[in-house]
Design a protein around this ligand. Structure first.
Ligand code: PGA
Length: 236
Protein backbone atom coordinates (compact mmCIF):
# COMPACT_ATOMS: atom_id res chain seq x y z
CA UNK A 1 0.00 0.00 0.00
CA UNK A 2 1.44 3.33 -1.10
CA UNK A 3 -0.08 6.70 -0.21
CA UNK A 4 1.56 9.25 -2.50
CA UNK A 5 1.47 13.05 -2.50
CA UNK A 6 2.07 15.12 -5.62
CA UNK A 7 2.53 18.71 -4.49
CA UNK A 8 2.91 19.88 -8.11
CA UNK A 9 4.22 23.47 -8.46
CA UNK A 10 2.87 24.75 -5.15
CA UNK A 11 4.25 26.32 -2.00
CA UNK A 12 7.50 27.87 -0.84
CA UNK A 13 10.49 26.56 1.10
CA UNK A 14 8.83 27.40 4.42
CA UNK A 15 5.53 25.87 3.38
CA UNK A 16 7.23 22.68 2.15
CA UNK A 17 9.27 22.19 5.32
CA UNK A 18 6.28 22.86 7.55
CA UNK A 19 3.98 20.51 5.64
CA UNK A 20 6.63 17.75 5.49
CA UNK A 21 7.23 17.96 9.24
CA UNK A 22 3.53 17.38 9.95
CA UNK A 23 3.12 14.16 7.94
CA UNK A 24 2.56 11.11 10.12
CA UNK A 25 4.69 7.98 9.84
CA UNK A 26 2.49 5.14 8.63
CA UNK A 27 4.10 1.95 9.98
CA UNK A 28 3.14 -1.59 9.03
CA UNK A 29 2.69 -2.36 5.35
CA UNK A 30 1.84 1.21 4.38
CA UNK A 31 4.40 3.48 2.73
CA UNK A 32 4.01 7.20 2.21
CA UNK A 33 5.61 9.02 -0.73
CA UNK A 34 6.05 12.79 -0.95
CA UNK A 35 6.82 14.42 -4.32
CA UNK A 36 7.59 18.11 -3.65
CA UNK A 37 8.78 20.68 -6.18
CA UNK A 38 12.39 19.90 -7.21
CA UNK A 39 14.10 22.85 -5.41
CA UNK A 40 12.69 21.69 -2.07
CA UNK A 41 13.61 17.99 -2.26
CA UNK A 42 16.54 18.15 0.18
CA UNK A 43 14.76 20.40 2.65
CA UNK A 44 11.71 18.13 2.64
CA UNK A 45 13.84 14.98 3.00
CA UNK A 46 15.29 16.36 6.23
CA UNK A 47 11.79 16.63 7.73
CA UNK A 48 10.41 13.19 6.82
CA UNK A 49 9.81 10.52 9.44
CA UNK A 50 10.08 6.71 9.19
CA UNK A 51 8.23 5.04 6.35
CA UNK A 52 7.96 8.28 4.37
CA UNK A 53 9.79 8.28 1.04
CA UNK A 54 10.84 11.09 -1.27
CA UNK A 55 10.10 11.31 -4.99
CA UNK A 56 10.57 13.62 -7.95
CA UNK A 57 7.65 14.75 -10.11
CA UNK A 58 9.48 14.06 -13.38
CA UNK A 59 12.93 13.18 -14.72
CA UNK A 60 14.78 13.37 -18.03
CA UNK A 61 15.45 10.17 -19.95
CA UNK A 62 19.15 10.98 -20.37
CA UNK A 63 21.68 10.58 -17.56
CA UNK A 64 23.38 13.94 -18.19
CA UNK A 65 24.08 16.53 -20.84
CA UNK A 66 22.94 19.76 -22.43
CA UNK A 67 19.27 19.63 -21.37
CA UNK A 68 18.68 23.04 -19.84
CA UNK A 69 16.11 23.05 -17.08
CA UNK A 70 15.85 19.27 -16.82
CA UNK A 71 16.64 16.94 -13.93
CA UNK A 72 18.29 13.55 -14.39
CA UNK A 73 16.97 10.56 -12.47
CA UNK A 74 20.44 10.09 -10.97
CA UNK A 75 20.29 13.62 -9.55
CA UNK A 76 17.01 12.81 -7.84
CA UNK A 77 18.57 9.68 -6.39
CA UNK A 78 21.53 11.77 -5.26
CA UNK A 79 19.35 14.01 -3.09
CA UNK A 80 17.53 11.12 -1.43
CA UNK A 81 14.66 10.20 -3.77
CA UNK A 82 13.50 6.60 -4.01
CA UNK A 83 10.71 7.23 -6.53
CA UNK A 84 9.85 9.51 -9.44
CA UNK A 85 6.54 10.19 -11.18
CA UNK A 86 6.72 9.75 -14.96
CA UNK A 87 4.03 10.48 -17.51
CA UNK A 88 1.74 12.49 -15.27
CA UNK A 89 -1.18 13.72 -17.39
CA UNK A 90 -0.13 17.35 -16.89
CA UNK A 91 3.24 16.53 -18.48
CA UNK A 92 1.61 14.46 -21.21
CA UNK A 93 -0.69 17.35 -22.14
CA UNK A 94 1.39 20.47 -21.36
CA UNK A 95 4.85 19.13 -22.24
CA UNK A 96 3.68 16.86 -25.08
CA UNK A 97 5.11 13.71 -23.54
CA UNK A 98 4.03 10.53 -25.31
CA UNK A 99 4.13 6.90 -24.22
CA UNK A 100 7.54 6.36 -25.81
CA UNK A 101 9.08 9.23 -23.85
CA UNK A 102 7.40 8.03 -20.66
CA UNK A 103 8.84 4.56 -21.22
CA UNK A 104 12.35 6.03 -21.72
CA UNK A 105 12.00 8.03 -18.53
CA UNK A 106 10.85 4.96 -16.61
CA UNK A 107 13.88 3.07 -17.88
CA UNK A 108 16.21 5.94 -16.91
CA UNK A 109 14.64 6.00 -13.45
CA UNK A 110 15.24 2.29 -12.96
CA UNK A 111 18.83 2.59 -14.16
CA UNK A 112 19.37 5.34 -11.57
CA UNK A 113 18.02 3.10 -8.80
CA UNK A 114 14.61 4.76 -8.55
CA UNK A 115 11.14 3.24 -8.76
CA UNK A 116 9.13 5.06 -11.44
CA UNK A 117 5.46 5.70 -10.74
CA UNK A 118 4.17 5.37 -14.31
CA UNK A 119 1.00 7.44 -14.74
CA UNK A 120 -1.77 6.67 -17.22
CA UNK A 121 -5.38 7.77 -17.62
CA UNK A 122 -7.98 8.50 -20.26
CA UNK A 123 -9.44 11.87 -21.27
CA UNK A 124 -13.13 12.61 -20.91
CA UNK A 125 -13.87 12.08 -24.60
CA UNK A 126 -12.41 8.56 -24.46
CA UNK A 127 -14.56 7.68 -21.49
CA UNK A 128 -17.67 9.14 -23.10
CA UNK A 129 -16.95 7.12 -26.23
CA UNK A 130 -16.61 3.97 -24.12
CA UNK A 131 -12.96 3.59 -25.16
CA UNK A 132 -11.40 4.16 -21.73
CA UNK A 133 -10.29 0.57 -21.13
CA UNK A 134 -8.63 0.26 -24.52
CA UNK A 135 -6.96 3.68 -24.23
CA UNK A 136 -5.45 2.90 -20.84
CA UNK A 137 -4.38 -0.60 -21.88
CA UNK A 138 -2.56 0.91 -24.85
CA UNK A 139 -0.88 3.56 -22.67
CA UNK A 140 0.34 0.83 -20.32
CA UNK A 141 1.55 -1.39 -23.17
CA UNK A 142 3.68 1.43 -24.55
CA UNK A 143 4.66 3.29 -21.35
CA UNK A 144 5.91 0.35 -19.26
CA UNK A 145 9.33 -0.64 -20.66
CA UNK A 146 9.78 -4.15 -22.03
CA UNK A 147 11.40 -6.40 -19.48
CA UNK A 148 10.13 -4.53 -16.43
CA UNK A 149 9.04 -6.90 -13.66
CA UNK A 150 6.64 -6.16 -10.83
CA UNK A 151 9.27 -4.77 -8.42
CA UNK A 152 10.54 -2.30 -11.01
CA UNK A 153 7.59 0.09 -11.01
CA UNK A 154 4.35 1.37 -9.57
CA UNK A 155 1.41 2.15 -11.85
CA UNK A 156 -0.92 5.10 -11.23
CA UNK A 157 -4.31 5.25 -12.95
CA UNK A 158 -5.54 8.84 -13.01
CA UNK A 159 -8.49 9.65 -15.28
CA UNK A 160 -7.64 13.08 -16.70
CA UNK A 161 -11.19 14.37 -16.13
CA UNK A 162 -10.91 13.59 -12.40
CA UNK A 163 -7.62 15.42 -11.77
CA UNK A 164 -8.06 18.67 -9.88
CA UNK A 165 -11.74 18.79 -10.77
CA UNK A 166 -13.30 17.54 -7.54
CA UNK A 167 -14.95 14.88 -9.71
CA UNK A 168 -13.76 11.47 -8.52
CA UNK A 169 -14.39 8.41 -10.65
CA UNK A 170 -17.15 6.22 -9.17
CA UNK A 171 -16.18 3.18 -7.16
CA UNK A 172 -17.53 0.96 -9.94
CA UNK A 173 -15.47 2.82 -12.57
CA UNK A 174 -12.31 2.55 -10.47
CA UNK A 175 -12.96 -1.13 -9.80
CA UNK A 176 -13.52 -1.89 -13.48
CA UNK A 177 -10.35 -0.10 -14.56
CA UNK A 178 -8.12 -1.51 -11.81
CA UNK A 179 -9.32 -5.07 -12.46
CA UNK A 180 -8.60 -4.58 -16.16
CA UNK A 181 -5.12 -3.22 -15.41
CA UNK A 182 -4.40 -6.10 -13.01
CA UNK A 183 -5.37 -8.62 -15.68
CA UNK A 184 -2.98 -6.88 -18.08
CA UNK A 185 0.09 -6.44 -15.86
CA UNK A 186 -0.27 -9.38 -13.50
CA UNK A 187 0.24 -9.60 -9.72
CA UNK A 188 2.73 -7.74 -7.56
CA UNK A 189 2.60 -4.20 -8.96
CA UNK A 190 0.97 -1.56 -6.76
CA UNK A 191 -1.80 0.10 -8.80
CA UNK A 192 -2.60 3.56 -7.40
CA UNK A 193 -5.76 5.52 -8.11
CA UNK A 194 -5.50 9.29 -8.50
CA UNK A 195 -7.96 12.07 -9.25
CA UNK A 196 -9.64 14.18 -6.58
CA UNK A 197 -8.81 11.76 -3.77
CA UNK A 198 -9.58 13.27 -0.37
CA UNK A 199 -10.10 12.13 3.22
CA UNK A 200 -13.83 11.67 2.59
CA UNK A 201 -13.44 9.16 -0.27
CA UNK A 202 -10.05 7.53 0.43
CA UNK A 203 -11.31 4.63 2.57
CA UNK A 204 -13.82 3.45 -0.04
CA UNK A 205 -11.26 3.66 -2.84
CA UNK A 206 -8.54 1.93 -0.83
CA UNK A 207 -10.88 -0.91 0.12
CA UNK A 208 -11.02 -2.12 -3.51
CA UNK A 209 -9.11 -5.33 -4.20
CA UNK A 210 -6.86 -4.07 -6.95
CA UNK A 211 -6.23 -0.60 -5.55
CA UNK A 212 -2.78 -0.60 -3.95
CA UNK A 213 -2.75 3.03 -2.91
CA UNK A 214 -3.61 6.54 -4.00
CA UNK A 215 -1.85 9.46 -5.69
CA UNK A 216 -3.10 12.69 -4.14
CA UNK A 217 -2.69 16.19 -5.54
CA UNK A 218 -4.73 19.04 -4.05
CA UNK A 219 -5.63 17.27 -0.80
CA UNK A 220 -1.96 16.49 -0.10
CA UNK A 221 -1.25 20.20 0.43
CA UNK A 222 -3.16 20.13 3.70
CA UNK A 223 -1.50 18.12 6.50
CA UNK A 224 -4.74 17.19 8.32
CA UNK A 225 -6.41 16.08 5.12
CA UNK A 226 -3.40 14.07 3.90
CA UNK A 227 -2.82 12.48 7.32
CA UNK A 228 -6.46 11.36 7.31
CA UNK A 229 -5.82 9.68 3.94
CA UNK A 230 -2.73 7.93 5.37
CA UNK A 231 -4.88 6.71 8.30
CA UNK A 232 -7.42 5.33 5.83
CA UNK A 233 -4.53 3.36 4.29
CA UNK A 234 -3.41 2.06 7.68
CA UNK A 235 -6.93 0.87 8.55
CA UNK A 236 -7.47 -0.85 5.20
P1 PGA B 1 -5.79 15.90 -7.57
O1 PGA B 1 -4.49 15.54 -8.43
O2 PGA B 1 -5.77 15.00 -6.36
O3 PGA B 1 -5.67 17.34 -7.23
O4 PGA B 1 -6.98 15.59 -8.44
C1 PGA B 1 -4.04 14.24 -8.56
C2 PGA B 1 -2.80 14.18 -9.41
O5 PGA B 1 -2.70 14.98 -10.36
O6 PGA B 1 -1.89 13.37 -9.17
Amino acid sequence: MLIAANWKMNGSADFAKDLASKIISPGGDVKVLICPPTPYLSAVKAELGDGIYLGGQDCHDQAEGAYTGSTAAGMLEDVGCEYVLVGHSERRSMCHENDKMVSSKARAAKEAGLIPVICVGEKLESREAGEHLEVVKSQIKHSVPDGFVSDDYVLAYEPVWAIGTGKTASIDDINEMHNTIRAQIGPGVDILYGGSVKAANAADILSLNNVGGVLVGGASLNADEFNAIIKAGILD
